[in-house]
Design a protein around this ligand. Sequence first.
Ligand code: ADP
Ligand code: ZN
Length: 689
Amino acid sequence: MIGVVVALKTQSDFAADRLKTISEVIDKRPVIPAVLLKLMARGAAYYHHPLGEVIFTGLPKRLREGAALDAQAVAIWTAASSADPSETLKRAPKQLAVLHLLQSVPNGLAATEISDSIPAPHDALGALHRKGLVQQNYRQPAAAIRPTHTADTPPTLSNEQQAAVEQLLPGQTSFGVNLLDGVTGSGKTEVYLNLVAPIIEQGRQVLLLVPEISLTPQLVARFSARFPQGVVSYHSGLNETEKLTVWRQTANGEISIVLGTRSALFLPLPKLGYIIIDEEHDPSLKQGEGFRYHARDLAILRGQIENIPVLLGSATPSLETLANVARGRFGCVHLTHRAGNARPPTLHLVDLKRQNLLGGLSQTLIDKMQEHLGQQHQVLLFLNRRGYAPAMLCHECGFLIDCPRCDAHMTWHATLNALHCHHCGHASRPPRSCPDCGKAALQPVGAGTQKIEDVIHACFPDCSVIRIDRDSMRRKHALDDALQAIRDGKHQIIIGTQMLAKGHDFPNITLVGMIDVDQGLFSSDFHAAERVAQQVMQVSGRAGRGEHAGEVVIQTMQPEHPLLQTLLQHDYSAITNSLLSERELGLWPPYRHIALFRASAHVAADAQTCLNDILELAEALDMDDLELLGPAPAPLERRAGRFRYQLLLRSSSRSVLHRALNQLTPAIGKLKSARKARWSLDVDPVDLS
Ligand code: ADP
Ligand code: ZN
């Protein structure tokens, strides 16, 4: 068992026979620096999650398994010859066993590896070494990871960029949070580069967090072109050895800039001087399971603990952040124009109710595509629904094929000739006839990205089309390669899901078609409207980032919807102002603080009972200003065969909410019903599904 010592005690609450001795101290200096441990402890308290799990969420796997922080050259033993040693060693069975083992492994083994099969091999190895039967070599620790780069010439900053840099630079000596609110293509990255330059010059370190791993390669290229010394990325795409190497390098201060996804927040950075959260509005900055932390919020906490500045960047800031700006807690700097000569794109709404559709595409969109392709530009079609068709319908009786384990329809995947459930992964062959009425009238309805790809091939046979979604990008590096191919102009038409919605810079895309924006307009989650607005702004931000003007075609059944009408004016702040008043009226964050208990079980009653018991505990607290909503079924009530329910806690005071949770969580651990269901707590949930 590997453990982390976080404090020493001279007495124990446990009986002596329940205590274990420490068999080996792995590290000579703390693996987790004091400030980081403080961050983890405060995070554990805020999210009401066990500290041990929080620490293990932060540590790379190799360290959790017992690798030492300081990489040492490891002695590797190899057999000196392959001659049969049975005769010479017949009186030394252990030495014989060790030598046999080494003869079977040409590259040799470390003593710890030998001890996996032969306990305590050290004496035997020593004896074999004296007899000249084995040799000892040293394996060097893994080499540092250094990306290749080509130096760039910094562009002259626009007036707005210059003003932003000048406004932010003076605050860089101590803690403070600022928002860089800059429209898509306004050159936020260039501002980041200018802000971190003096930090790097002082020999300090910079941490830049992004929501998506696909955004790191482009950023790494831009940062290493400006700062050739020590830029690394840290994300789930690295293998475990690479993660350990980055951890060691950052701990030793060898790295100046780390670009990473949310787990990079827990890297030891002894000389940390600046934290940037790019795309701060993105919900994927929040971890969805286990330790459900929001990387933006914990990054701000880290900035506070380390007394260093934190910069949030976005073209579509979250309502929470905007409220913090309005309350004067965060500073704010705007970039309202696109960098270089790029102009904002023009938006068009297409009313699908009055159109003849060709496989989901309106004639207006097809005409626009023809026009832009004719000018040798690229076109991006956005649809956040993978697969061929989102449902299989019987045209005789109206029966829809559902997942047997979820309250959801099965998605039809034409290439695999299979039905897949996108909620639990269940797969089946499509039946030949309707399971309900028996007629052979089953047909796919609606359009997913695969169907759009088919339609596009038929309409534009001379264009190269690439589809980017989770199905087509399974291979490692597939996405990096595809993004590069798009930038190189190898494809004229790009069909993509949210994988392509954010952050990417494709200068030659001038037309973006949003095939169906209606999915989010009528969701029960109070976050939905904000997400739709952000998605439309972000996706349309992919159009016209180069010198040619961009256009966006938005297809909808609800052209009169106020949200879409405001978006048409390209006025994000008008939308957020009205969404903020809705949140205030609806008593939702950022005007209230919420926490969500979820419970699931194979038997619905088990999950309900668990939450009813939690409700009873919460009612017994008898606290003012604590609202209890539920338990109620989750929007997808049954998923992968489990029934899911939720109980929401709401308060206008953060401290009241946390006082309640502090009392509740230990008590829930003692509930019998909590053992019959799987339950979890989500503080500041970003989605209520
Ligand atoms: P954002 O992150 O705000 O969407 P980027 O930082 O990706 O925008 O910049 C958009 C494009 O504008 C990039 O291609 C970048 O190289 C270019 N750019 C940024 N600043 C300038 C500038 N001052 N002059 C010319 N081009 C610029
Ligand atoms: Zn399912």
